[in-house]
Design a protein around this ligand. Structure first.
Ligand SMILES: Nc1ncnc2c1ncn2[C@@H]1O[C@H](COP(=O)(O)OP(=O)(O)O)[C@@H](O)[C@H]1O
Ligand SMILES: [Mg+2]
Length: 473
């Protein structure tokens, strides 16, 4: 009788320790990291030569009449053609009459034309109340790989297509957002680092005035801080291949800020380290210059993330619909609570001593956003997560789409991909994922602005009525 073939043992039995040791290689010291880095550096160069890496000169694709009328400007193709014929000064696009292709600059000009001349009941330009500052949006979660950068990048691009002017700030020293935006960041002086340093240096200067008056020794300013004092927002902001998206990039050296910020704070306890980024954006005029400032954060609740969250009006917390990501996001909220509550407590104790009014952190809205959602596998879990998070969670679940990351190195995400490279239905569905993510975000954005505008009007009216009130003796 033939012997039954034995089921092989699983691969983790009968391993030989000596053979395993032989495979280990020598004990690792820190120099080994340098060697690995050097090899990776060479590999990177090799891959670049073979066309894998972005060349740093990204160019945005063009937009067809179909796409403009379908997604960007609410006009019918026939009407658009008529308007172009009647106005030879408007951008006419490239290609034949049937399918013309326009740059995004062209699209922005066409949109301006319709906004000025078109039917006044149509929304050609997105809502932004006059006189109110830009909204700052932080995308954060201390877990990595949850979709922070993808969400932030797609929001920046959809908002830009919608006609908003966007500043993207990369606070992650890994610089993924910077690569997506084609940024060029030679060192930390092209990141937010000098802006944070400047905020600290200005606080030192103010403190030194007080000290000088009291005859006390002044705090020193090192070379870095002196140089930072002459750095402005414009020095670190760069243009991107999107005409209405600017960037403050990141690279590895930005990580140094995590060590430097607490050291500065030790030197000057009164420095509000969480407010440095807010101060820099305000002082540099970014709140007037842009409509939306999007902050992409590192996967940690460090000082850069704290600055982003303190600066933000709107906080988005992406997470996947899995137990681990839900659990970790719950802890993230817990850390947010303890971090900001302890800043408030410390600050208010000092303020009470100084007879100053107390401070409180406030946000327009905070929302968890489900990302990479697979409706066939994750609906139950997502429903449970939704039940627990309640109104702190967005309604739309950003679906998993193979179009993210698939489009190739020089193209990042749905909005940069040319729909002709995809089956029309794949494209339409992929695009809808991020269009709907944007739509729900836009509601948060314009709702917050509108609420501000009502408050503003309310205050203006109050002032008026006080001033206008008849004086009584
Ligand atoms: N909606 C989505 N569909 C498919 N893949 C996604 C989606 N959102 C993000 N990803 C992928 O998930 C991975 C992590 O996303 P990323 O935005 O880099 O996360 P984080 O910034 O939180 O580390 C990336 O490979 C990205 O391409
Ligand atoms: Mg990221």
């Amino acid at each position: 009788m033939a012997k039954k073939p034995e089921t092989p043992l699983p691969p983790y039995f009968n391993l030989d320790p000596e053979a395993a040791a032989a495979k280990l290689g020598p004990i690792v010291d820190t120099a080994r990291f340098a060697k690995a880095a050097a090899f990776a550096g060479r590999g990177r160069e090799d891959l670049s030569k073979r066309g894998y890496a972005p060349d740093g000169r990204k160019r945005l694709r063009k937009f067809s009449t179909w796409e403009i009328c379908r997604y960007l400007i609410p006009v019918a193709p026939a009407h658009l053609r008529r308007v172009l014929n009647k106005n030879p000064d408007l951008p006419q696009g490239e290609g034949n009459a049937g399918s013309r292709w326009f740059t995004l600059e062209d699209v922005l000009k066409l949109r301006d034309h319709f906004a000025e001349e078109g039917v006044s009941t149509k929304e050609y330009r997105p809502y932004r109340p006059k006189g109110l500052p830009a909204k700052i949006v932080a995308v954060a979660n201390f877990k990595g790989g949850v979709g922070k950068t993808s969400t932030a990048a797609h929001l920046a691009m959809s908002a830009a297509l919608d006609g908003y002017k966007v500043l993207v700030v990369d606070l992650d020293s890994q610089g993924s957002m910077t690569s997506i935006m084609g940024g060029d960041v030679p060192d930390e002086w092209k990141t937010v680092f000098p802006l944070l340093a400047k905020d600290y240096a200005m606080n030192v200067l103010a403190e030194n005035k007080v000290r000088a008056a009291a005859g006390e020794p002044e705090l020193p300013l090192d070379e870095t801080l002196k140089e930072a004092l002459s750095t402005n927002l414009d020095d670190v902001v760069q243009k991107t291949h999107w005409p209405n998206i600017d960037l403050i990039g990141a690279q590895l050296n930005l990580y140094w800020a995590e060590f430097q910020i607490p050291v500065w704070r030790m030197g000057l306890r009164s420095w509000a380290l969480w407010d440095a980024l807010t101060g820099a954006l305000e002082q540099g005029g970014a709140l007037d210059e842009y409509d939306i400032i999007l902050l992409d954060t590192p996967p940690a609740l460090g000082y850069l993330t704290i600055n982003a969250l303190a600066a933000a009006d709107i906080i988005l917390v992406p997470l996947g619909a899995s137990f681990l990501e839900f659990d970790s996001t719950g802890r993230f909220f817990d850390m947010l609570y303890s971090t900001f509550a302890s800043i408030e407590d410390g600050e208010n104790a000092a303020r009470r001593r100084a007879g100053l009014p107390e401070m409180k952190f406030e946000w327009d809205v905070v929302r968890a956003v489900i990302t990479r959602f697979d409706a066939s596998q994750q609906t139950d879990l997502a429903n449970v997560i939704q039940a627990y998070f309640g109104d702190v969670m967005n309604a739309y679940r950003q679906e998993y789409t193979a179009m993210v990351g698939q489009a190739g190195e020089s193209v990042s995400g749905i909005y940069e991909a040319d729909y002709r490279n995809f089956n029309r239905e794949t494209y339409t569905r992929g695009r809808e994922v991020f269009d709907r993510t944007y739509a729900e975000f836009k509601e948060l954005l314009i709702g917050s602005w509108w609420r501000d505008s009502q408050l503003d009007d309310g205050e203006a009216n109050e002032e008026e009525s006080t001033h206008g009130a008849p004086e009584t003796a």
